[in-house]
Each structure stands twice: as C-alpha cells, then as structure tokens.
Design a binder for this molecule. Structure first.
Ligand SMILES: Cc1cc2nc3c(=O)[nH]c(=O)nc-3n(C[C@H](O)[C@H](O)[C@H](O)COP(=O)(O)O)c2cc1C
Length: 215
C-alpha cells in the first residue's frame, strides 16, 4: 500500500466482522509496532493480544461499563447537545463508539498496550500508531480506545494478570478486525487553519483547502 493512502485513510474502524485475524498477520502487525521510536529507545512496552472469546467477553463487559461511565461523566449531555446544534459528525462518532461498546465481545482481536516509567504517557503512542498503520496495510480496521484504562484499569490488570506492582500500566486498547464499512479519507478542517508559521496565529504562506491526497 502506498504510504499516503495509509496515512490518509487509517481511521477509527469500529464496526468490524467477527472473522478471526490469522496469527501470521497478527505477528506482522506487532512486529511493525515495535519498530516505532520510544523515549531514549527504552522500549518500555508490553502488548497483550486478546483473541480468546472468553477473555474478550470479559473485556467487553468492562468496556461496556466504562463506556457507560464515560457517558455519565465527561460525555454527559454530549449527544443531546450535538443533536441540538445539528453536529452530525459528533453524532456519528457517538453512534459508532456505542456500536463498539455493544459489540466488543464479537470483535476478533484487541491489543492492549502497556507501558511503565513513561513520564507523560507519550512513549507508547508511536508504537500504537505503527500497529494501526500496519493493520491498515493488511486491510484490517483498528480503533484506538482509552475508556478501559480510564474507568477499569484495575479490573483489566487483574483479568490479564498484569504485574501492576512492577509499574506496568495500560495506555491503550486497540480493537481490530476486517471492516464492515468502507475506508475513506479522514475529514478534517483545512490544514492551514491549524498550522501557524513562526509565531502563534501567523498563517502559513500556503493553503490547502482540500486533502492533499485522495483516491
Ligand atoms: C487518544 C485517543 C483515545 C481514543 N479513545 C477512544 C475510545 O475510548 N473509544 C472509541 O470508540 N474511540 C476512541 N478514539 C477514536 C477517536 O474517537 C477517533 O479517532 C476520532 O473520532 C476521529 O475519527 P477518525 O479516526 O475516524 O477520523 C480515540 C482516539 C484517540 C487518538
């Protein structure tokens, strides 16, 4: 796959088929993940790939509860406010995220990324993004999720036997599967609206009203 296609179309693909992902593909995705940079090349990461149906069912239970908690707290009123202002994009994300919460147990694979001694939590995300790009290259959809560690970190650690006392903390749970939907270029406000040149607020010399790569 061409690099730009992967960069522009690696989206949150929550709706996936239950079809299993072959082990050799999982191996390739994870091998690409650990090629990522890390602070001082310390590689303070461990990954747990979960495909066992019973473990996924238990994770799904925790995920569903975490999603409910998010909706009761940080996301309280979000759906209603979006509907009121006609914000279809937010409504679509909420609906898609709700689908994942309701169907987590039938997702074929989840990869939980753990880190330690990571001062600001930034050290693991290049690997997580490598993982998602590599999955995209294999035609596999992925979604980076964080609700589990925000609302059920201890339960997840216990379920997976994580040595939390040694400092390992969950930083992301990536769900993966063959997509039910179609790939598309990520819709964002034009890039020149969020990039400044030399000082804050100073517009760059260039403009790009539309994505600079498309199918
Ligand atoms: C740090 C981070 C945390 C996220 N957490 C969740 C999550 O817990 N659940 C979920 O369904 N999506 C989650 N997402 C996915 C975003 O909602 C998604 O990437 C965003 O809406 C943009 O959509 P797109 O990737 O399809 O363009 C997360 C994304 C990031 C980068």
């Amino acid at each position: 796959m061409e690099l730009n296609e992967a960069l522009y179309t690696t989206r949150a693909m929550r709706r996936v088929k239950p079809d299993p992902i072959p082990d050799d593909v999982v191996a390739r995705i994870m091998d690409a993940a650990i090629r990522a940079p890390s602070p001082g090349n310390t590689q303070q990461w461990r990954f747990v790939t979960v495909s066992d149906r019973d473990v996924m069912a238990e994770l799904g239970e925790l995920y569903g509860r975490s999603w409910d908690r998010l909706n009761e707290t940080a996301y309280a009123g979000r759906r209603e406010a979006a509907a009121e202002r006609g914000d279809d994009q937010t409504l679509r994300v909420m609906s898609s995220a709700g689908w994942l919460a309701a169907n987590f147990a039938q997702v074929p694979l989840a990869v939980l990324a753990f880190t330690r001694n990571d001062v600001d939590g930034s050290g693991i995300y290049p690997a997580v993004w490598n993982l998602m790009l590599a999955a995209r290259g294999h035609g596999i959809g992925a979604t980076l999720t964080t609700v589990l560690h925000n609302f059920a970190a201890d339960e997840v650690a216990e379920l997976l036997g994580v040595p939390a006392a040694k400092g390992w903390r969950n930083a992301a749970c990536v769900t993966l599967g063959y997509p039910l939907g179609k790939w598309g270029v990520a819709d964002r406000p034009p890039v020149h609206e969020v990039v400044y040149a030399d000082s804050w607020g100073n517009p760059p010399a260039w403009q790009a009203p539309d994505p600079m790569w498309s199918y």
